[in-house]
Design a protein. Sequence first.
Length: 184
Amino acid sequence: QIVIGAAMGVHTLSQDYEQHEPMRVLVLDVENSLIQVRNNARKVHPILAEMTGRSSAPLEWVNERYIDLANPVDAQRVVRLAKERMPQLMFLGSVYKLAAEGEKHEASFNAISRTVDRIRAETGAAVILEAHTGHGFNNDRSKGSGMRPDGSSRWMRWPEYGMGMVPMGKAHPNIIELVPFRGN
């Protein structure tokens, strides 16, 4: 939803869906299949198209299922991809699949963060990292304190901005609230 919105010129994290110029978006999704991505896009795209009057968006989805950013060859391939496409916004995720050791190891943090920093420095793109790892007691995501990333302690201080999704409760089980865990 966030990346389709950015590509179509809608800030989907604002309450009133502020509009802006469409952004070139590159999605490197190492978790979801093309079918899953299309099914989710079919839910969001018509709503955003009606809001903006735009029928298409400058979004490219790349299917790379086996990336290990701790491997210099894979890391260079991802940086090269970003430099070739020159997105304004790049989505990478999910974090636990970006390195063979997962997000819990210092070496994985180093490899992933170094690659993201290179992408940002060499393309000027903003980068969104998706993570499924709430930090807190028993990975309790229902409380605001459970939103920091789990894994290497370095994940807790690295992002410049971090959002978590918190269910609204039993009365509204399908509605979530976005809660910042770092930054504004």
